[in-house]
Design a protein around this ligand. Structure first.
Ligand SMILES: NC(=O)c1ccc[n+]([C@@H]2O[C@H](COP(=O)([O-])OP(=O)(O)OC[C@H]3O[C@@H](n4cnc5c(N)ncnc54)[C@H](OP(=O)(O)O)[C@@H]3O)[C@@H](O)[C@H]2O)c1
Length: 346
């Protein structure tokens, strides 16, 4: 029988993603014990109201339901007034941090300090939040290496589609010649609605009505979310030390319904692509609305789908896509990273 290791976890952010992680712990606890020898125990949590710790563990179902009913961390037993998430990580005895707070491209907070503090103590971190990597990919990886702490981030690019795993694990010794991807399903949904005849403003309003676009949709529609993911890809498996300043970014705000319909009439479409093209030692990085044939792989990657095509010198042309509408697969991608980091090596 496999010995079961109790893994004490801190959840930073208790929104869609980490609440779905809690739901997975409710439904898959027995499976995680039997197949992977892991029993996750949530000992620290943070939301916008503050932080709480519970060394004996919060009940995952109760925590999830209370958050869904509108409770805040400040309402929980174990709430620590005036403590920040990074402050919590500086004192909490835990084995893993799952960081799923909002993207902040200005100073990376609260995620950046959380990741720095945890890695600095040798505690592994799994991210859904892209912000810390976009602002400090190289620094955080150097810190992780210096302290022997793993940093998982397969959930940061295309939700559960294992783009990062494929790039880091399955392209051994390859040079990527070019890469193109649809990395943002909100803009893909909007372009799909426009292709069906809606004006841009109506399509955006529909995305907001369905809760898939933020009230401030600029990160998505101006192309920055796609650019964030391209920066992570470039650092993780294109051999670059890229930042957002290296990416030329154009979003979808100037695409018109008329342009889309003209392209459709000739068998084409317009997609917001992340593009990397090899130029000797480096790659040219850009995000731009791009005309594609409907026959191409990405040309029929529609609505809730995200996809990537990778052309490398050794592995030919690879094509991957995912259909993902809910946050559950992203939460599962965090679980995947956590298990891959923690499970005993066979
Ligand atoms: N949703 C997806 O499918 C998806 C997919 C891939 C990546 N991501 C990334 O995953 C992260 C989380 O996404 P989400 O959909 O779960 O977001 P969300 O529903 O907006 O939840 C964000 C959580 O962070 C908390 N928070 C906000 N400010 C904080 C602060 N200063 N300190 C501590 N906690 C704070 C919020 O607190 P309150 O509960 O008090 O508001 C909330 O619990 C984001 O970075 C997102 O880009 C999401």
């Amino acid at each position: 029988m496999t010995a079961v290791r109790t893994v004490d976890v801190a959840l930073i952010g208790l929104g869609n993603v980490n609440r779905n992680f809690l739901a997975i712990l409710e439904t898959k606890a027995a499976r995680l014990r039997s197949d992977y020898g892991l029993a996750f125990r949530v000992v620290g949590v943070a939301d916008s109201s503050g932080v709480a710790l519970q060394p004996g563990g919060f009940d995952p179902g109760d925590l999830r339901r209370r958050k869904e009913q509108g409770a805040h961390v400040r309402d929980l037993a174990g709430y620590r007034a005036h403590e920040t998430p990074a402050g919590l990580l500086a004192i909490l005895a835990c084995d893993l941090v799952l960081e799923a707070s909002p993207v902040n491209l200005v100073d990376g907070e609260p995620g950046l300090s959380v990741v720095r503090t945890a890695l600095g103590r040798g505690i592994p971190v799994v991210l859904a939040n892209k912000g810390p990597l976009v602002l400090a990919y190289q620094e955080l990886h150097a810190l992780a290496a210096a302290h022997g702490a793993a940093l998982g981030f397969s959930a940061t690019v295309c939700g559960a589609l294992p783009v990062i795993n494929i790039g880091q694990r399955d392209l051994v010794a390859a040079d990527v010649i070019s890469l193109r991807g649809i990395f943002n399903s909100t803009t893909n949904f909007i372009l799909g609605e426009m292709a069906a005849g809606r004006a841009y403003a109506d399509a955006l309003a529909e995305a907001q009505r369905r809760g898939i676009a933020e009230t401030d949709p600029s990160l998505d529609v101006e192309g920055w979310d796609t650019a964030n993911k391209l920066v992570i890809v470039a650092n993780s498996f294109l051999g670059m030390k890229a930042t957002l300043a290296d990416v030329s970014v154009e979003g979808i705000t100037r695409v018109t319904t008329e342009q889309l319909q003209t392209e459709l009439a000739s068998g084409n479409t317009i997609k917001l692509l992340a593009i990397a093209e090899r130029q000797s030692e480096t790659c040219k990085l850009r995000v731009a609305p791009t005309v594609l044939s409907r026959e191409e792989f990405l040309g029929h990657c529609d609505s809730w789908e995200m996809g990537i095509e990778i052309h490398s010198d050794l592995y030919g042309r690879m094509y991957y896509k995912i259909w993902e509408r809910e946050p559950l697969p992203t939460a599962a991608a965090m679980l995947r990273d956590a298990v891959n980091i923690l499970r005993p090596r066979r």
